[in-house]
Write a protein that binds this ligand. Structure first.
Ligand code: SAH
Length: 226
């Protein structure tokens, strides 16, 4: 079951004549961008049909909020393409009882998708004003199961470890050791790895005996983990 709180949501100044919620645009996004490309996890599809993506993009880009691509969010950073958010979330194979660590809060959109699927999300962002804005947005949407931290995500968030899932939305060259170390037995870690222009999406799974099992997925383009 996916629940996303809608009570107490403030009127949306950017919605114009489209209706407050823009549900039909999200339904089209889910059908045309996600289901059509092979995303199958029903809980992920439901979460992305529920989370109001337009509330996470800058006012000047409201028209493009449900478009099939990334968008700038300031500070040289981006909100990821919906398909990439869906794919990375699906690869995490999340259960409602899981606790998840996200590195790269950005605007907080993927944070909100994750928060709809699991018990608790811990999210780390390097750029303080982005973290502050994301916290404000999620608070306004009534999302309460998120803990925020400003800092270097390469270190993870040791005090809250271990995690059943870890997702990194900025790209390092190699897997930071601290992140692998904070993964619970059976846990999944999804991360883009590679150079500054193009990277490969990986999923590391921690076996019950402790070893990390590495699977490669599609090529992706993320901003670097700095
Ligand atoms: N999931 C985000 C994507 C944000 S882009 C969204 O849906 O909007 C990647 C983010 O990673 C940026 O906000 C960037 O500031 C952040 N970032 C880059 N290097 C980082 C680091 N070392 N630690 C934490 N966050 C970092």
């Amino acid at each position: 079951m996916v629940s996303f709180p809608t009570e107490g949501i403030r009127p949306d100044p950017g919605a114009g004549g489209r209706g407050l919620d823009r549900g039909p645009e999200r339904a089209a996004m889910v059908a045309e961008q996600l289901t059509a490309r092979g995303i199958q996890d029903e809980r992920v599809l439901a979460a992305m049909a529920a989370v109001p993506r337009h509330r996470f993009v800058p006012a000047a880009l409201q028209e493009e909020a449900y478009a099939d691509g990334p968008l700038p969010i300031g500070y040289g950073q981006t909100i990821s393409q919906p398909y990439i958010v869906a794919l990375m979330t699906e690869m995490l194979a999340l259960r409602p009882t899981d606790r998840v660590l996200e590195i790269g809060t950005g605007c907080g959109y993927q944070t909100a998708v994750l928060a709809a699927l699991v018990r608790e999300v811990c999210t780390v962002e390097l750029v303080e004003p982005l973290a502050r804005a994301a916290r404000g947005r999620l608070g306004a949407l009534g999302v309460l199961n998120v803990a925020f931290r400003v800092g270097d995500g390469r270190e993870g968030w040791m005090e809250q470890a271990p995690y059943d899932g870890i997702v990194v939305t900025a790209a390092p060259e190699h897997l930071p050791a601290a992140l692998g170390a904070q993964l619970a037995p059976g846990g999944r870690l999804v991360i883009p790895l590679g150079g500054r222009v193009v990277q490969q999406l990986h999923r590391f799974t921690r076996g019950e005996a402790g070893a990390l099992f590495d699977e490669e997925s599609i090529p992706v383009r993320f901003v670097p983990l700095v």
